[in-house]
Each structure stands twice: as structure tokens, then as C-alpha cells.
Design a protein around this ligand. Structure first.
Ligand code: AMP
Length: 639
């Protein structure tokens, strides 16, 4: 818990950004600075004995290229010779220090450059994170779990420890980044996983701005209750110079050609910088939309617009993603001794989960290709920029003995469902159901010609959505227009052994699909679960009635619409008394619905139910005539 005496924080000390997180009874969460920002750019500027760290240093980097240090992680614990390939990517000078270790050479007016170790630069970032944690928690933080890439060797890990010490932090454990990512999802912590007590493998795919890593972890059953499994990194692969930035650069070419500029040499440096930033924005936009309109201010004045489609972006990105896929195949072969295709054909799944890390994994293309490769829906519920820090915090809580307070997943503590028309919740998985579990339910539309269905996922025991906890929402889009109630959306809830919920929806006629993934237990404490349960008992009777009325209103409205439409088509063919009794039944039902919509308490559910049934009965002749009517126009089959 946040106020226990020996709090340990989790730190993701990244190449471009760093974060600090804690894990308390609500689960893991990232800590923000006073401006509400969690991400601290891993950028440090040295100026007259002062150090400027983070956002400000990053924003002013172009102004101070030789005194601003970024990506220092690439130099940690390495000799100048080892770091040679990275130097081209750094804007500052790097020289050999004692025992050939890489040192940053900071220029000083009229004096020899000042040599700064990468550990000192990282310590400046860690000090900033320590300050943020101390301010956020209201107490001095002195212990941390810090993550490093899985491929870091002893010297690089040692350098990370030293950086911690220089920042006044006792680094209680160094954890590989992929292990942290897996822990953030609770992999290996749930009792459900422990029940199976089998070895399994987890793949962590990490595509950032400038680096790509894939790791295969083996989960081995442990002996301790609090840590039922432990992880071992079996293999890693990747490319330390491959990422979203590469896609941005190729996209600049597309923008340039869109402007009618054939030759790259014709671009001024400032124009190229501007295009690069616009390219990145367009790429990010295309993760959510099918087209991006890029407006470019021209140097000679005026503005031009270039439209980029997601398909164009995906064509550009494909070769880079292909390369990551080949790395995944190589890592799996190294770790498990067999090609992935052979493992996938086997009787038992060789890979239990795939976790996505890094900003570039928000690209739909990446998610699709990874899902296809492994034949598994990857874990994307947690923010891919935060998942490593969150996992470091989970490891910290396990070490500090605080993980016991968190909800270890064995059963679903609260029911899960979808909001229906009128604001009630259709429960799909009841509380106390054991995981893993799968359940499905059909939904439809309430308005004619609706081309999208919004699906909102709620957690809780009350009947109305407003009294439950919203977990997320998504849209099933692109449906062909159909009358209300005709589309058939099959919604599936699937909770795996780690407690990750995948909600997917498919509309049967059009085949359109959409999905959402969440970790329902994050942010929930046992106390809250108990309170929610107590409240649901108090409101049980009232809630049930309200839910019933809300459903009757929705169904009654559909009936009124169907009967009204049919009546309109066949009125002339109906005897007057039939028409009159249908109209009376419709008026009765409509009046009750109107009253119930203004205040559900004033209407008796049974009366509403009877009025609906009365209309159903009265309208039988209408439907009969309507069916005969529609058949008349059709040809009879040949005898
Ligand atoms: P990281 O190194 O993990 O911080 O990832 C940064 C990279 O992720 C950059 O190349 C960003 O352009 C990219 N990125 C961030 N958000 C998105 C998004 N929504 N869609 C595609 N790429 C993104």
C-alpha cells in the first residue's frame, strides 16, 4: 500500500521516455508530476552547472544540440567500441573514458570538455522520477525496481544500479522489460494459472520509436504463494534501430511527392523537420481513422493538403513489420526449439499469451500481423507506453509483500455486461464465475437504418448502467442499413486465466467485427467489491423492477413501430373493428410507455407487460394480412 513503511516504486528507465509507478491495493498505476504528466523524456541538458531534465530539455533540444543528451541508455555500461554503431544517431560527442568506457563530452567555453558518465546522465532522470514519486506519495521514496532490456549484459545492469545509487535510490531488483510487461497483466500471479501448474511461454513484442525487441519468456511454477510462477527470458531478438521513426521517414517521401516535389534534395532542413512531425501525426491519426488530411504550410506561402489513407501507410510500413515478424519467428525457434508453424500445428498451445509494448503497437497493422502470426489475440488492454512501468510496480509490490492485498484472479469478483437501450445492463458473466470463461449474447439495433452499434461494457451488481462501473466502449461500424431489430450482433465475453477480458462483436449478416480488451480487476479493491455487493442487495427489488420496465419500454416501442408500419401498408384490407381494436391497444401501450419514460416509478410493470401483450394479440390479423400482402407480389415456385 502507498502508506506502508517501506514502499518500493517501479521505474521504466527508457531510451526516450521514463516513468515511475506504484502498485497498491487498487493495482498498478503510474505516478504523475505536478502538471499531471507521467512521461518524463529521458533527455538531460547541462548548462552552467545546472541540469535540465525531461520535457523542457527535450523541447529545447534543437537549440542546444551539443549539450542536450538523449538516448543515453544506448551508452550505459558500454565501451566506446561497443557503442560505435550508435554514435551516428547521437547529436552530442562521445569519447573514451577510463577503461575505454563511453563518456559524454560536454563542451565548455575556453576549457577542456567535461566528461560525464552515462550513469550520471541516467541518474539525473532517476532523480526526477524520485522527486515525482516523493511528491505524489507525500513521502520520501528510496527504493525502486528498475527495468532494463532483456539483452542487457552484466555491465549494463550494473551501470543501471550505479545510476540508481547516484540518484539516492536503492535498486532492489533489476527486472527485464518483457518480464515487467507480462507481470503488468498479472501473468503468472493469478491462482487460476497456478492451478494448472504447467510451464508455459509468453511472447513480448516491443516496438517503440527507435527500437524493436521481441522476447520469449518461460513461466515456471514457483513454490511461494505470492509468486506462483517465475519468469525466465528464453530468447530475445530484434533490432536496436528499427521503429516507428523509420515509418515516419518513408511517410515524409510520400508527403513530398504529394506536394509535387520530386527530389528530396529540394527540401529545406526546416521543411523536412516540419514534414517529419506532420508525418508522425498523420501516422498516429491513421491508427484510428481510414484517412488523414495533412495540411502543409508552404515556404513560398500558402497551404497545400495531402490526403493519406491507412492502406497507403500500411504499404509503407509493411517491410518494417515484416522484419519484426521474422525476428519473432527467430526468437520462438531459439526459445522453444521448433519453428512457430510446427508449434501452432501441435495439439497443445505452445504460447499462452502475447503482450504488446511500445507506442508503435497501436498501429492496427502491427496488431493484425502479430495476431495472425501467433493465432492469438495479443494483450493490448494496458497503455503500451506504460505497461513496463506498471509491471515494475507489480514486481515491487511482490517484493514488498503488498501484492497479497491485490485481487488475485480466481473468480470474477463482479458481474460483467453490456448496456442495453434504456440504460439497463444485460449481464453476460455473473460474479463469482471461475476463470477462464466464455459467454455470448445477441444484440440488435433500436432504430431503423442504424449503421453502427455502440457497445459499452460495465462491471457491477446493480441493474442500471449509471450505477455500475464503466470499463470501456467500442463501436461496431459499417453495418448496411437495416430495419430496427434486424441486425444480429453476437457479442462474446472471453476472460482468460490471467483475468484479461476480450469483448468481441460480430454482426452476422455483414460480417463486420470489432473488439475491446480490458483488465476488469485493475483499479478495484476488495473493500469496493464488498461495498458494491452490499449496495446491490439494498437496491435489489427496486433495481429488478426498473430493469424490467426499461426492457418493456424498449420492446414495446419496437412493437409499436412494427405494428404501425404494417398497419400503414394494409389498413384498407382490414375490417374496421380489427383496426379500431389495434389502434386502441397501441394508444394504451404508447401512453404507458410515455409515462414510464418520464418516471419509471409511476408505472406498474405488470400493467405495461399486459398492454404489450394486448397489442401483440390484437395485431395478429394485421401481420397475417401483411404477410399475405407481401407474398402476393412474389412468384410461386414451379411445380
Ligand atoms: P515509444 O518509443 O514506445 O514511446 O513509442 C514511440 C513511437 O510510437 C513513435 O514512433 C510514435 O510515433 C509511435 N506511436 C505513438 N502512438 C501511436 C499511434 N497511436 N499509432 C501509431 N504509432 C504511434
Amino acid at each position: 500500500m502507498a502508506d506502508s513503511p517501506d514502499i518500493i516504486v517501479g521505474i521504466d528507465l527508457g531510451t526516450t521516455n521514463s516513468l515511475v509507478a506504484i502498485c497498491d491495493e487498487r493495482g498498478p498505476r503510474v505516478l504523475n508530476d505536478a502538471d499531471g504528466q507521467a512521461l518524463v523524456p529521458s533527455v538531460v541538458r547541462y548548462e552552467d552547472g545546472r541540469t535540465i531534465v525531461g520535457r523542457v530539455a527535450k523541447e529545447q533540444a534543437a537549440e542546444f544540440p551539443t549539450t542536450t543528451i538523449s538516448s543515453v541508455k544506448r551508452l550505459m555500461g558500454r565501451s566506446l567500441k561497443d557503442a560505435q554503431n550508435d554514435l551516428a544517431y547521437l547529436s552530442y560527442r562521445v569519447v573514451a573514458g577510463e577503461r575505454d568506457t563511453a563518456r559524454v563530452a560536454m563542451p565548455r567555453a575556453g576549457r577542456e570538455p567535461l566528461l560525464i558518465s552515462p550513469e550520471e546522465v541516467s541518474a539525473a532522470v532517476l532523480r526526477r522520477l524520485k522527486e515525482i514519486a516523493t511528491a505524489a506519495l507525500g513521502r520520501e521514496v528510496t527504493r525502486a525496481v528498475v527495468t532494463v532490456p532483456a539483452y542487457f549484459d552484466d555491465a549494463q545492469r550494473q551501470a543501471t544500479r550505479i545510476a540508481g545509487r547516484l540518484a539516492g535510490l536503492d535498486v532492489v531488483r533489476i527486472v527485464p522489460e518483457p518480464t515487467a510487461a507480462a507481470l503488468a497483466y498479472g501473468i503468472g500471479l493469478g491462482r487460476a494459472a497456478a492451478r494448472n501448474q504447467k510451464e508455459s511461454a509468453v511472447v513480448v513484442y516491443d516496438l517503440g520509436g527507435g527500437t524493436f525487441d521481441v522476447s520469449v519468456l518461460k513461466l515456471t511454477p514457483g513454490s511461494d504463494e505470492s509468486e506462483p510462477f517465475f519468469f525466465q527470458v528464453m530468447a530475445t531478438s530484434g533490432d536496436t534501430h528499427l521503429g516507428g521513426d523509420d515509418i515516419d521517414h518513408v511517410l515524409v517521401g510520400l508527403l513530398r511527392r504529394g506536394l509535387g516535389i520530386e527530389d528530396d534534395a529540394e527540401l529545406s532542413a526546416s521543411m523536412r523537420r516540419r514534414l517529419l512531425s506532420l508525418a508522425e501525426q498523420a501516422k498516429i491519426e491513421l491508427s484510428d481513422s481510414d484517412t488523414a488530411r495533412v495540411r502543409i504550410e508552404m515556404e513560398q506561402g500558402g497551404e497545400k493538403e495531402v490526403v493519406i489513407t491507412r492502406a497507403e501507410l500500411e504499404t509503407i510500413a509493411a517491410p518494417f513489420i515484416d522484419q519484426t515478424i521474422r525476428s519473432c519467428e527467430a526468437a520462438v525457434r531459439d526459445a522453444l526449439g521448433k519453428p512457430l508453424a510446427e508449434l501452432r500445428a501441435g495439439p497443445v498451445p505452445a504460447i499462452d499469451a502475447v503482450v504488446l509494448v511500445g507506442g508503435s503497437t497501436r498501429m492496427p497493422l502491427v496488431r493484425r500481423r502479430v495476431a495472425e502470426l501467433f493465432g492469438l489475440e495479443p494483450y493490448i488492454a494496458l497503455d503500451p507506453d506504460r505497461v513496463v512501468a506498471l509491471g515494475a510496480a507489480v514486481q515491487a509490490a511482490v517484493l514488498g509483500g503488498q501484492a497479497k492485498g491485490t485481487l488475485l484472479l480466481d473468480v470474477i469478483p463482479l458481474s460483467l455486461g453490456i448496456e442495453t437501450v434504456g440504460g439497463a445492463v444485460a449481464k453476460i458473466i455473473a460474479r463469482n464465475t471461475m476463470v477462464p470463461i466464455k459467454a455470448t449474447e445477441m444484440f440488435s439495433t433500436s432504430v431503423d437504418g442504424q449503421t453502427s452499434i455502440r457497445l459499452t461494457v460495465f462491471q457491477g451488481e446493480r441493474e442500471m448502467a449509471a450505477d455500475c462501473r464503466k470499463l470501456g466502449e467500442f463501436h461496431l461500424r459499417g453495418l448496411p442499413p437495416m430495419p430496427a431489430g434486424v441486425p444480429q450482433a453476437e457479442v462474446q465475453f472471453l476472460i482468460d486465466a490471467n483475468g484479461v477480458l476480450n469483448v468481441s462483436a460480430v454482426e452476422r449478416r455483414s460480417g463486420k467485427r470489432a473488439s475491446l480488451q480490458v483488465v476488469p480487476n485493475h483499479g478495484l479493491t476488495q473493500e469496493e467489491v464488498d461495498r458494491i455487493e452490499r449496495e446491490s442487495l439494498v437496491h435489489a427489488r427496486e433495481d429488478m423492477t426498473r430493469h424490467r420496465i426499461v426492457d418493456l419500454i424498449a420492446n414495446g416501442k419496437l412493437d409499436l413501430k412494427w405494428v404501425g408500419d404494417a398497419l400503414g401498408r394494409v389498413q384498407g384490407e382490414l375490417p374496421g373493428d380489427v383496426r379500431a381494436s389495434v389502434e386502441t391497444a397501441m394508444t394504451n401501450l404508447r401512453e404507458l410507455i410515455t409515462a414510464a419514460e418520464s418516471d419509471w416509478r409511476v408505472v406498474d410493470a405488470t400493467a405495461l407487460h399486459r398492454a404489450k401483450e394486448a397489442l401483440d394479440r390484437a395485431s395478429v390479423p394485421v401481420h397475417e394480412v401483411a404477410i399475405a400482402h407481401s407474398l402476393r407480389g412474389t412468384q410461386a415456385p414451379r411445380q
